[in-house]
Design a protein around this ligand. Structure first.
Ligand code: ZN
Length: 356
């Protein structure tokens, strides 16, 4: 079954991890043997061939680059201009993937429906390009609002103002307080341009503030439930109810620390917790119960978000394993229509309503 993944950091993996995602997964892993500069060296789970094997024909793919002030201990770039240049390098990689026929930019309704028809055709070519909707995770790299317009012209269709820690436009995970003055302007300018608001990573204050300022289409690309994993990174039931009321789609994230409570990054192992692919169904089910339907649930795996098999469900070795979710949902009593919604149709509906 076609699977749409609402959150992947493909170009970050290409540029910062130096991963050639056109190559087979075992080859990408082998080239990292002996490297220790990143926690997930040799443990990645996502390449373009694996996405094809898992029938992931469309994803929301990010550009991402954080600005850090001198007192910010998080990894990042020392000036917004450097962060901007990093995102432009990431964009150049996506463009090169398009030139190779590996990927195709989906930036309007017509491109979306054409692409979905290809992927749902019974005789689709085995090497059909993977569609990507261009998104920006954390807005630090937007030097000023004129750069948002440039980004939109380059195909940017969704933006999450925050990531981790303090941000130029919004504080994110692990930080507190609301949007910055520039962040308030950013959200208004997004509305004017028609850029979808991704509320993932916003602090609670920034979340409510952004929803008040912005009445356009929104989603949470990769978010689980605070009721099951008590941490600010997850959404409270009040936040989820508001997202449901605004007809948002919420992508379930497969980062194990967001799936099971009490995970200590770099210490806890998947085996210790028993975290499996099926564990995500508890989060999906929680949102379905709040909504009274499966209309708002989808997948935003984040499976290449700076971690690998040391922090994924223990029965997941490749992003292609996400395909097993359809059988798991069947076993858990979901109807074929609801399963199709979660696997792809909810993202497609939201995109077809929201893209220009
Ligand atoms: Zn993220």
């Amino acid at each position: 079954m076609l699977l749409v993944d609402g959150h992947l950091d493909l170009s970050m993996n290409a540029l910062e991890w130096n991963r050639d995602l056109t190559r087979p997964l075992d080859e990408v892993r082998r080239r990292e043997v002996g490297k220790s500069d990143k926690i997930d060296r040799g443990k990645g789970v996502c390449t373009l061939p694996e996405m094809r094997r898992g029938q992931i024909g469309l994803c929301i793919a990010t550009q991402i680059a954080r600005y850090v002030a001198p007192d910010n201990p998080l990894p990042g770039w020392h000036a917004p201009e450097i962060a901007w240049a990093q995102t432009q390098g990431q964009l150049a990689w996506y463009r090169a993937m398009e030139d190779r026929g590996e990927m195709v930019l989906i930036n309007n309704k017509a491109a979306l429906s054409k692409h979905i028809a290809i992927w749902q055709h019974p005789h689709r070519p085995a090497n059909a390009p993977i569609g990507y909707v261009l998104s920006l995770e954390g807005a630090d790299s937007i030097i000023d609002l004129s750069y948002l317009e440039k980004s939109f012209a380059a195909g940017l269709r969704a933006l999450g103002p925050a990531h981790y820690g303090p941000g130029r436009y919004s504080p994110g995970t692990g930080a507190s307080s609301g949007l910055t003055p520039a962040g308030r302007e950013l959200v208004k300018e997004m509305r004017r341009l028609g850029i979808i608001l991704d509320v993932t990573h916003l602090t609670d204050d920034a979340f409510w503030e952004a929803l008040e300022l912005y009445d356009g289409p929104l989603w949470a690309s990769h978010n689980n439930c605070r009721a099951l994993v008590p941490h600010q990174r997850q959404f409270s039931d009040d936040q989820l109810r508001e997202l449901i009321r605004r007809d948002a789609v919420i992508g379930a994230a497969f980062d194990a620390w967001m799936m099971v409570p009490g995970w200590v990054r770099g210490k806890t192992t998947p085996v210790e917790t028993g975290c499996k692919i099926e564990t995500i169904v508890d989060h999906i089910d929680h949102i379905c119960q709040l909504a009274g339907s499966a209309r708002h649930c989808a997948i935003g795996s984040d499976l290449d978000g700076g971690y690998g098999t040391e922090q994924t469900p223990l029965d997941l070795d490749s992003i292609a394993d996400l395909q097993r979710l359809s059988d798991i949902l069947t076993r858990r009593g979901y109807s074929p229509t609801d399963i199709a919604g979660i696997m792809h149709a909810n993202w497609i509906r939201k995109l077809s309503e929201s893209l220009p």
